[in-house]
Structure formats: structure tokens, C-alpha cells
Design a protein around this ligand. Structure first.
Ligand SMILES: [Zn+2]
Length: 375
């Protein structure tokens, strides 16, 4: 799970028509300053998807394009407490788009190309999924098979086959299932009357607890469950996350399995020995089940500050060959493979094409450059 600025932006737009999104697409970006001229140009380009395709291909003549996409769940959720997923039809449209324009490779192939010092294809794409939601098996797997596209699934092993929920799903379950209409929290009274209020409290609480050590976080979630009189069923996770048999089946069908730790802590917020435990044991558990090496890792939360040189060293010591982040920059193939940036793909086709074209990266660089000159 991640909540990068862009992902939240797209999520917040997911129920709206595409047109209004385009109007203020770059004005909403707060990463730097920028001029209204640049905004106008970028909004014009954003609205002209043929130009986006042309731009992407034109750009690849000068430098290989590497696009790494991050998904979480796919398909319609049955209940509103479940983690937001991308609609399966939109997912298929995106995959079809990628298939026709990119050479889709696996993370393992990227590692091999890097080790053998071979160049990337002109336009390469990699599909990844974080956390290990079960709907990947039901909705994404058949679509990816249909288009013969490989993917990497990063598993949070503590919830695979155990029945447990990931901590943010537990929060969500409690808040959406409670009959209570309010809760005392942070010395204030929070209303849970409306859908909007419940949704906002889920988000606030999740953001607040992200950096907590596990014990403190889990105790607080237990307290909230008691306060709101909700008991989370002990086996509910089996309906939400992949089973080992589904994982083994997909792996034998060419899907790569990577590690996303055991309990999804932010690794820089826990003791190094605990980070080592999370990294080493999630890898060991997956390898034990799939009977194959695990070489790819996804940093929980994945933003700058959620990983550092010490964590990268731990990954190397444990035999990992690459790691993906959730940062927005273009992934660099030539350097080390332990900070591979990914683009969130939980949105409709037009913004998806905009992100995939790398035009956003280039406009950002130009704006930053101009801003520095202006200041
Ligand atoms: Zn995650």
C-alpha cells in the first residue's frame, strides 16, 4: 500500500469524468512553482492522446523508456471496507494499451539484462502488484494470460494463508462495520455518521499509524476495535488475500513472486534487526512454498525515507537483486537496481497514457529548471 501524492490525487478523481481532471492537472501539483504558460501547454498535450503516443515513441529514440507500473487490487469490491481496486475493464484496457506499445518484460529479465550489461528494449514495461490481494488471481491473472504478459506480485507473507488482515484493512473493517456513530480519538469526538466521515477517518487513522512500530500500532487497532465494538473474524483474510495454492499456480505459469515483508512495516521506522527479520523470513517463506529463488523486493510504502542505504544493504545480504519504490521519478536502469521507481496505475486511460508517456517526468524537469532560473 502507498499513498503518494499522485496516487491520492488519482484516487480522488476516480469517480469523476475525465474532462475536469485535465483542466487543472498540473495546477494541482504542489511539488514546485511553475508558470501558467507551461501549465497551458502541458494541459493541451495531456488532452491530446495522439501526441502522447507520438511523444513516447519519439522520446524512446534518444533513450530507452522503462515504465514500471504498480497495481494493488483489480476488480469490483463486494464491500466498502475493502481496499480500493481498479475496475477490471479499465485494467484490461491499460494492459491492451501497454501490450501494443511496449515490450513487457519481467523484473527478473531486467536483472539479467543489467547483470549481462545488455541494453533495454527501446520501450520496456514491467507490471507489478503489491500486497497480495486475492482479486489479482480472479481478475488480473486471466487478463494477463490472455495477453501473454508477465507480472511480479509482491507478497506480504503474514496474511497469506493465515486468515489475518493487513493492518490498514483491519482498521477499515472495524470502522465500516461498527454500529457506533462516533468515536473519541486524539482528545476529540469523531463522527462516523456518514460514508464520507467513515472514509475520512479511515484515511486519517491509516496515515497516522503508518510510522508506528508494530506493537504500538496493533495495540491501538485492538483498542479501536473494542471501542467500536467490532471483532474482526479470525479467518477473514483468507477471502481477501491470495492463497499459497493460487500463488504456486501463478508462479508455475511464469508469474514472478517477490517479497513485501511479513507485516508491512515502514522498514526505516523499526529496529534494523526487525527489518532484517521481516526481509529474510518473508523471502524464506515464499521460496519454501514456490521452490524457487526470490530476487525482487518492494519497500512497504515505498516513498523517500521509507528505505535507506542500511535497508538496501540488508536486501543485498539476503540475496535480493532488485527493489522497487513508489516514488515518481523515471526508473534508472544504468545505476543500481534497488531504487526502481514505479508509476501508480489506478486510474482511467487518459491520465494513464499521460503517465506512461513519461511526459509528466519531462514537464516536471523543465518546470524545475525554469523555476530555478527564474528565482
Ligand atoms: Zn504495500
Amino acid at each position: 500500500m502507498t499513498h503518494s501524492a499522485v496516487e491520492c490525487f488519482y484516487k480522488s478523481q476516480s469517480n469523476k469524468k475525465e474532462e475536469p481532471v485535465t483542466k487543472n492537472f498540473l495546477n494541482m501539483d504542489s511539488r514546485d512553482g511553475g508558470s501558467s504558460f507551461i501549465n497551458s501547454v502541458s494541459n493541451y498535450l495531456y488532452n491530446n492522446i495522439d501526441i502522447l503516443d507520438f511523444y513516447s515513441t519519439f522520446r524512446s529514440n534518444f533513450k530507452s523508456v522503462l515504465l514500471i507500473l504498480i497495481y494493488h487490487g483489480v476488480g469490483q469490491n463486494q464491500e466498502n471496507w475493502m481496499h480500493p481496486s481498479i475496475n477490471e475493464k479499465i485494467f484490461e484496457t491499460q494492459i491492451n494499451y501497454i501490450k501494443r506499445r511496449y515490450k513487457v518484460i519481467s523484473l527478473k529479465s531486467l536483472v539479467s539484462l543489467n547483470q549481462e550489461k545488455k541494453p533495454l528494449p527501446k520501450k520496456a514495461a514491467i507490471i507489478t502488484f503489491d500486497d497480495g490481494y486475492k482479486n489479482i488471481y480472479k481478475y488480473a491473472y486471466p487478463i494477463l494470460r490472455k495477453y501473454n504478459i508477465p507480472a511480479t506480485i509482491f507478497l506480504t507473507t503474514g496474511v497469506i494463508g493465515t486468515g489475518d488482515l493487513l493492518w490498514w484493512d483491519k482498521i477499515s473493517y472495524i470502522i465500516w462495520k461498527t454500529d457506533c456513530r462516533s468515536i473519541e480519538f486524539d482528545s476529540g469526538m469523531i463522527s462516523l455518521e456518514s460514508v464520507k466521515e467513515r472514509s475520512e477517518f479511515c484515511f486519517t487513522l491509516t496515515e497516522k499509524l503508518k510510522g508506528y512500530p508494530n506493537n504500538k500500532k496493533f495495540d491501538l487497532i485492538e483498542d479501536i476495535g473494542r471501542s467500536l465494538d467490532v471483532k474482526v473474524p479470525s479467518d477473514i483474510g483468507k477471502k481477501i488475500y491470495l492463497s499459497w495454492s493460487e500463488i504456486i499456480e501463478m508462479n508455475s505459469d511464469g508469474f514472478e513472486m517477490g517479497s513485501h515483508t511479513i507485516s508491512h512495516p515502514i522498514l526505516t521506522k523499526i529496529a534494523l534487526k526487525d527489518a532484517d527479520y521481516e526481509i529474510a523470513n518473508s523471502k524464506r517463506d515464499i521460496e519454501h512454498k514456490i521452490k524457487a529463488n526470490v530476487v525482487s523486493f518492494s519497500y512497504p510504502n515505498g516513498l523517500p525515507g521509507d528505505y535507506n542505504a542500511e535497508i538496501i544493504n540488508l536486501l543485498k545480504e539476503n540475496g535480493f537483486k532488485c527493489a522497487v519504490t513508489s516514488t515518481l521519478q523515471e526508473p534508472q536502469f544504468e545505476g543500481g537496481l534497488f531504487e526502481l521507481a514505479r508509476k501508480s496505475a489506478t486510474f482511467n486511460l487518459v491520465p494513464f497514457r499521460f503517465a506512461a508517456s513519461h511526459m509528466y517526468d519531462d514537464i516536471y524537469k523543465i518546470r524545475k529548471y525554469l523555476w530555478k532560473i527564474d528565482s
